[in-house]
Design a protein around this ligand. Structure first.
Ligand code: DGL
Length: 264
């Protein structure tokens, strides 16, 4: 491997930017190719067969075109559905994004945790198995959101998203205290789009909770696999590709996610 690796970061849309931001912080010297499969968005409304049938061959094309040293699947829905077939098919290392149930439950004081993801992610056996294995005595509520990923895309694109729309999506995460335990004190952000709205989630929550974002752990995993930053100057650019063929907005709003670079 060269000292300046190429890292391909993949999501159904713009949510993977929240993972990219942390990976770029950890490896500012790498070359980045960000791919948003917006032609097939939202994955959360698709069946497992449909997402596997879409992502596995598409990844083959992306690997052939960009020769990445590592691929980050920056999407919970795609990771929980496709990581196993991707690893079986391709030799490049894959780092996935899976609901951060273990750290959320470990840190919960009230032992009441919610997992906020796409309806597909919360329905999957993969996610239910994580709860069986890592709930550590917590009561875990699975909350499938139909609209929140789309609302996050709209907000990042400068569109109007009302507080009421966000409140309605997050409300089921907040479970009041009962005789057995206190109210919810941690919410797992089990969709990479949701941290795009973090400021508003914090503001609109009926009470303060820990919002658990897996992105820093993913960045640490990338460093474990590729090694730490080399100290070389960052490469001048990064690429952003949408499968719909739309041109990325060369906007300053995206630059912070790319470590200050404006993606081509
Ligand atoms: N960003 C994706 C995730 O983490 C989902 C958005 C979608 O529904 O495509 O689950």
């Amino acid at each position: 491997m060269t000292s300046l690796p190429t890292i391909l970061v993949f999501d159904s849309g713009l949510g993977g930017l929240t993972v990219l931001r942390e990976v770029v912080r950890a490896r500012p010297d790498a070359h980045y190719v960000y791919v948003g499969d917006d032609a097939f968005f939202p994955y959360g409304q698709r069946s497992e067969e449909a997402v596997i049938g879409r992502v596995v061959p598409l990844m083959g094309e992306l690997i052939a075109a960009h020769a990445p040293d590592l691929v980050v699947i920056a999407c919970n829905t795609a990771s929980t559905m496709t990581l196993a077939p991707l690893r079986a098919r391709y030799r490049v290392p894959f780092v996935g994004t899976v609901p951060a149930i273990k750290p959320a439950c470990a840190g919960s004081r009230t032992k009441r945790v919610s997992v906020l993801g796409t309806s597909a992610t919360v329905r999957l056996e993969y996610t239910r198995a994580l709860i069986r294995d890592f709930a550590q005595g917590c009561e875990v509520s699975l909350v499938g959101s139909i609209r929140l990923a789309t609302l996050a895309e709209t907000a990042l694109g400068g569109g109007e998203v009302t507080d009421a729309a966000i409140r309605a999506e997050i409300a089921p995460c907040f479970v009041e205290a009962d005789a057995k335990r206190g109210r919810t004190d941690a919410v797992v952000l089990a969709c990479t789009h949701y941290p795009l709205l973090l400021d508003r989630l914090i503001r609109l929550a009926p009470w303060p909770v820990d919002w658990i974002d897996p992105a820093p752990a993913i960045a640490r995993r990338v460093v474990t696999l590729l090694g730490p930053a080399t100290g070389h100057a960052p490469t001048p650019g990064a690429e952003m590709i949408f499968t719909s063929g739309r041109h990325p907005r060369a906007s300053a709003a995206l630059a912070p996610y790319f470590g200050g670079r404006i993606p081509a």
